[in-house]
Design a protein around this ligand. Structure first.
Ligand code: ZN
Length: 344
């Protein structure tokens, strides 16, 4: 006999309500690539992604996200409907993901940070990761000014990081205790750099690059989409382009006029590239201030997504839609994760 835990009444009521209304799920992917270190769990291998699509193709109705949102509004959402999304605008979305989506006829939305389209440098978090979490030798001492504070660390013997250590710690995630000084530095710098304005953050990353001696060593896997590639993603109608701001800022750290510029300018830039309306928006890091949703509504988006991992249903506000982040699971584990999520 299984012991059943007591559940608070409110939770029971929420579960009963949920059981009697149809539920869908919006999935959030980022990169479809065989990654090295992946501290945020953003990469799914092409092999695993094909297994996800095979399962979804057989067992779920997959709708374009804007249609799923429309059907929530119309109260015609089919039980178990799924929508796929990709955040940021990595070139691998076109190179690796699109051919697989086409093979299965599965639609998706790609949210692109327009300021990184055609950029020479990768996303700032990838630059930081390549310096600190790849095999190689770094100077032992790092000392830089970050946001008016002096940031100093001694990497000690972790300045040397060989292939064996890299392989041992490759699956480390930021939520786990840092196994080396390099991981601690990665995590603390990430936290310090995230709220900074993009130009300031870029300067600091240039300094870190100079310190490491790797400043221009961008990895081809980290490449962001070019303008031509954004247009190629949208061609054929299976993939819809959504906006994801210009510089991928922490929106809640910005005053409202700057938030509005980031959101509106990304929409205009992407509409110019694809030649059709851009109707949906993804909040970078899932973050927003109380004013952000009204800015998104004023600019004219019909749907906006966060990173809160719940299912969607008739109660879901269309400018605050939860999504389930997908990490590098094989097909069986992916299936289990979906079953758990629909049952939660
Ligand atoms: Zn993002």
């Amino acid at each position: 006999m299984r012991f059943r835990r007591f559940r608070p009444l409110r939770s029971v009521a929420a579960r009963l309500r949920k059981r009697h209304s149809t539920q869908g799920l919006i999935l959030a992917y980022h990169r479809i690539v065989d990654a090295g270190a992946d501290p945020w769990g953003l990469a799914v291998s092409p092999r695993h992604f094909a297994e996800h699509l095979d399962f979804l193709h057989r067992r779920h109705l997959v709708l374009p996200m804007t249609e799923l949102v429309r059907r929530i509004g119309d109260r015609t959402l089919p039980q178990g409907a799924v929508a796929l999304t990709f955040d940021d605008g990595y070139a691998d979305n076109l190179i690796n993901a699109k051919p697989l989506l086409e093979r299965y006829g599965i639609p998706a939305t790609v949210f692109v940070a327009s300021g990184y389209v055609g950029a020479k440098a990768p996303f700032w978090w990838d630059r930081l990761q390549r310096v600190l979490l790849e095999p190689g030798t770094l100077p032992r001492k790092l000392a830089i000014a970050v946001n008016g504070l002096w940031y100093e660390r001694d990497l000690g013997e972790d300045a040397e990081y060989d292939e064996g250590m890299f392989a041992r710690h490759r699956t480390w995630r930021v939520g786990e205790p840092p196994p080396t000084a390099r991981h601690e530095v990665y995590r603390s710098l990430w936290q310090l750099l995230r709220p900074l304005p993009s130009p300031r953050r870029c300067q600091i990353l240039d300094q870190i690059g100079d310190w490491s001696g790797l400043r221009n060593g961008h990895h081809p896997n980290d490449r962001t989409v070019s303008q031509h590639e954004v247009a190629a993603l949208a061609r054929g109608g299976l993939i819809e382009i959504g906006a994801h701001t210009v510089t991928h800022p922490l929106l809640s750290a910005l005053p409202e006029p700057s938030q509005e510029r980031e959101i509106a300018d990304s929409r205009t830039a992407l509409e110019d590239i694809v030649g059709q309306p851009v109707a949906s928006f993804a909040y970078p890091y899932g973050d927003h201030s109380p004013a952000t949703a009204s800015i998104v509504a004023r600019i004219g988006f019909t749907a906006a997504v966060t990173t809160e991992g719940r299912t969607v249903g008739e109660q879901s506000p269309r400018l605050h839609l939860p999504r389930m982040l997908v990490d590098d699971l094989n097909g069986d584990r992916f299936c289990e994760r979906l079953v758990e999520r629909f049952a939660a």
